[in-house]
Design a protein around this ligand. Structure first.
Ligand SMILES: O=C(O)CCC(=O)C(=O)O
Ligand SMILES: [Fe+2]
Length: 143
């Protein structure tokens, strides 16, 4: 029997952009558009020396939901040690990311509450991201 350890559970990053450099495959992203919207996991191929860039929750808020943050997970390789450098870029600890007024009109109301990185840390203390809890879900405003 073979076991696959989960390196990182499914999550999106609390950042504007994340830049990744890895020595091995293992990264998978969730394609929200596949299978008529039910989605599917897609392996990201490893290309030596290539930097991968994906968008995080802050761009989802900044675009008022036009761009969705990338849900991703990591599975470990049982033969080789996987090394991954992740650089997350966003605002300062207490700076609030909010929907810009230029994107709001009668057809497009504000779809997200504002939040800071400190708010996100507070969420991490009280919730379990390994169980699929996502901070971005707590920011969505339902109409
Ligand atoms: O190791 C990876 O490929 C991704 C790392 C990651 O998702 C993270 O640090 O948030
Ligand atoms: Fe991540």
């Amino acid at each position: 029997m073979r076991f696959t350890a989960l390196g990182l559970p499914p999550h999106s990053d609390y950042s504007c952009i994340t830049i990744l450099l890895q020595n091995l495959t293992g990264l998978e992203i969730f394609d929200l558009t596949a299978h008529g919207g039910s989605g599917r996991w897609v392996h990201v191929p490893e290309v030596k020396g290539v930097l991968k860039v994906h968008i995080g929750d802050h761009v989802e808020v900044l675009s008022n939901g036009l761009y969705k943050s990338v849900i991703h997970k990591v599975t470990l390789n049982e033969e080789k040690t996987r090394i991954s450098l992740a650089s997350l870029h966003s605002l300062g600890m207490d700076d609030k990311m909010s929907v810009p007024c230029q994107l709001v009109n009668d057809e497009n109301p504000v779809r997200y509450r504002e939040s800071s990185f400190n708010d996100f840390l507070g969420f991490l203390v009280k919730n379990d991201i390994s169980q699929g809890d996502r901070f971005i879900d707590t920011l969505r405003i339902k109409y």
